[in-house]
Design a protein around this ligand. Sequence first.
Ligand code: FES
Length: 150
Amino acid sequence: MSSLLNTLGKHFPECSKGDLIPVLQHVQDQEGYISSNAIREISEYLNISCSTIYGVATFYSQFKFNPPGRHSIKICLGTACHVQGGDFILSALQMEIGIAPGSTTEDGRFDLERVACLGCCAIAPVMMVDNDIHSRLSVIKLRQILSNYE
Ligand code: FES
């Protein structure tokens, strides 16, 4: 038995299909993301097809399907940030690091996620890198901010 199945057996002994979301959260907490191997093992454990698990997991933005980068970027595209050019900042950011939201750079330096609001709309447009908020973003500021994260 794999170590993942072992842990699932300890935390979710009922083995119920209703445990799917908590199981996915548990796996992500343990491994940092939901790998295709984890999907297969969850499928085996809960007796739910892999496609159903993918369907459920991709519905929720909390689940990641790529290994996290050393630094996690959350770019806000909520209303206030959108009005202040958040989409433009996202395009520039994608060009700069070469990935789309939901991905991780090949060198493992950054992962990128879009979010609906970071709770600091008055200083839009905003992005968060790890636990740092960067406000009133501009394309010029982006490169300098990113250089602080190796
Ligand atoms: S909309 Fe971006 S911080 Fe609220």
